[in-house]
Design a protein around this ligand. Structure first.
Ligand code: HEC
Length: 153
């Protein structure tokens, strides 16, 4: 194989990787995989799914979605019968604003989730993440915020 060919191949793989959104968001998402699984399905009784569910959450409240990432949450969550409440969602406060935004946008555009969002949906920005910082919320307080949203049907 010639050197030019190898470079071309490398470049192609790189471009393909970027096109598939395997950027920062996918990288940060690796932290979520042990619980929410690589395909975002979660685990019945333990971890809520992000497939189908994340768009529902963000359309109800962008700030809640960010808040959950920053501070975590603990309480009973029931999405399409996949009840949780025994495990906690850990705080990811140490992530950078850009990383929180990137992972949320990754989740919101993966596994067909993008098709459930309105066409004029604006990606979560680092500034929006910044705005939710400094509140020092407990996981129970986050759950209280969630209850107000009446996400359960
Ligand atoms: C240690 C396991 C664990 C990790 C790691 C984790 N989560 Fe969670 N996550 C949970 C659990 C458990 C819940 C539900 C908490 C409950 O039921 O009280 C949850 C809840 C959520 C919710 C809220 C759903 C709702 O309806 O309110 C979102 C969104 C979420 N996680 C996204 C993520 C993302 C994105 C990551 C990676 C950055 C991540 N989680 C990492 C366990 C985890």
């Amino acid at each position: 194989m010639s050197r030019t060919f190898l470079w071309a191949l490398l470049l192609m793989l790189l471009i393909r990787g970027l096109a598939l959104g395997q950027g920062e968001g996918a990288k940060v998402f690796e932290r979520c995989v042990p619980c929410h699984r690589g395909n975002g399905t979660g685990m019945i009784g333990l971890y809520p799914p992000l497939v189908k569910h994340a768009p529902e959450v963000v359309m109800r409240s962008r700030s809640y979605l960010i808040t959950v990432l920053l501070y975590g949450v603990q309480g009973k969550i029931d999405f399409e019968g996949q009840k949780t409440g025994y495990e906690i969602m850990p705080s990811h406060y140490s992530l950078k604003d850009e990383e929180v935004a990137a992972v949320l946008n990754h989740v919101l555009t993966s596994w067909g989730n993008d098709k459930l969002l309105p066409k004029d949906f604006k990606p979560i920005s680092a500034d929006e993440v910044k705005a939710e910082r400094g509140k020092n919320l407990t996981k129970q307080q986050v759950y209280e915020i969630r209850k107000e949203l009446k996400l359960e049907k």
